[in-house]
Design a protein around this ligand. Structure first.
Ligand code: AMP
Length: 363
């Protein structure tokens, strides 16, 4: 079996690594010859819109999946006429545009921050009248890691944000004074079997995910059910196959959906050591129509992203139950270069271990 992956970043690399024990082989497509999944797959270097390259990529593949959500939808559909693409390209289409994503949530009764589409200065003024301050102005497409967005707290912020972002379609959202950020990873297989991982608590730094904790401290079974219910609606509406991540704000004890990612997700990296079955293996099982693996946690996990510079590996590996993953990327400010997962017997032990780890990574 050869699985094609659109994108050869670290997610593609970890997907391939999870697939080898199942006897799978991988071909990836990426713009960069240095992409992290290159060493663990047959890498084709080309533009995602290059139809000749897409044809070459598709030749002999059993299935195609993707590891980033900016894959051009037309390219996913082009491939889907030759070889099955999962998750369905429609999921890409919904997730690529924040307005269609939030409209999708609205349609399914999934609570989300109030929003309005903004194309002109007049739209922005009207939207601000409706939504009020504080608010967040974001680009509708191609925003990631907090890029392409401004928090508007006072009137003076509005023209600054407009000058920086106007020219592309925008969305204005109400600012949510959330208690914390959580995500759920859901997985649905071709025959419709569905499983959920426990809620993950996420901490961002400069708009980039820095730390994930699973199980999320104090997450009640009611909150878990709320997240599962919303994820199930999204999975079913899209006839979804694969792993789907939904990011939430916890506000007044309930969940508001911020965005979804139709792929394996950074807030699920802890599952490699911290769950019975990793998100990567379950994604592959799902698209292959195999039985899904247990999503139960193994202990209390914390995943810390390595961003910008690689800390002393020796010190990290001298800690018990600590797992280092490096993606083989050149160091650059704000770049995700790897991650570290620690696993502990209790929430308290996890906290203590994490403090020790942070003293190493931040020294
Ligand atoms: P996003 O690219 O939409 O995931 O936004 C990146 C980060 O900005 C989120 O993880 C939040 O920390 C923050 N953020 C985004 N939208 C809002 C909002 N409507 N209210 C408050 N904070 C937000």
């Amino acid at each position: 079996m050869i699985i094609g992956i659109l994108g050869a970043g670290q997610l593609g690399r970890m997907l391939a690594m999870a697939g080898y024990p199942l006897g799978l082989h991988f071909r990836t497509l990426d713009l960069s010859s240095e992409a992290p999944a290159g060493p663990v797959s047959e890498l084709i270097v080309a533009d995602f819109n290059d139809t000749d390259a897409l044809k070459r990529f598709a030749r002999g593949l059993d299935l195609v999946t993707y590891e980033f959500e900016s894959v051009p939808v037309d390219s996913a559909r082009f491939l889907n006429r030759r070889v099955t693409v999962l998750p369905p390209p429609e999921a890409l289409e919904v997730a690529q545009d924040r307005v269609s994503e939030k409209s999708f949530f609205e349609r399914l009764g999934i609570p989300a921050p109030r929003f309005l589409a903004v194309n002109t200065w007049d739209d922005l003024k009207n939207a601000l009248n409706e939504i009020g301050l504080p608010a967040v102005l974001k680009t509708r497409r191609f925003g990631y890691d907090g890029k392409g967005q401004f928090v508007l707290r006072k009137t003076e912020d509005v023209s600054v944000a407009w000058q920086s972002l106007s020219g592309v379609p925008l969305i204005l959202e109400s600012f949510v004074a959330f208690e914390r950020e959580l995500s759920i990873l859901a997985v649905r297989s071709r025959p419709g079997e569905t499983r959920f991982y426990p809620l993950v608590e996420n901490h961002h730094q400069d708009g980039i995910l820095r730390l994930s904790l699973c199980p999320a401290p104090g997450a009640s079974s009611e909150l878990q059910s709320e997240a599962e219910d919303y994820a199930k609606r999204a999975l079913e509406a899209l006839n979804y196959v694969g792993v789907l991540a939904i990011e939430f704000f916890q506000h007044e004890g309930h969940l508001l959906a911020n965005e979804m990612a139709p792929r394996v997700h950074n807030s699920g990296h802890w599952t490699i050591e911290g769950a019975e079955t990793s998100q990567f293996e379950n994604h592959l099982r799902a698209i292959l129509g195999l039985p899904l693996g247990s999503t139960a946690t193994v202990g209390h996990s914390a995943m810390l992203n390595i961003i910008g510079t690689i800390p002393d590996s020796r010190k990290i590996l001298s800690m018990p139950d600590t797992h280092l993953h490096l993606y083989g990327k050149a160091a650059r400010p704000n770049r995700k270069l790897g991650h570290i997962t620690i696993r502990a017997q209790s929430e308290e032990a996890r906290g203590a271990r994490l403090a020790e780890l942070r003293s190493i990574t931040e020294e």
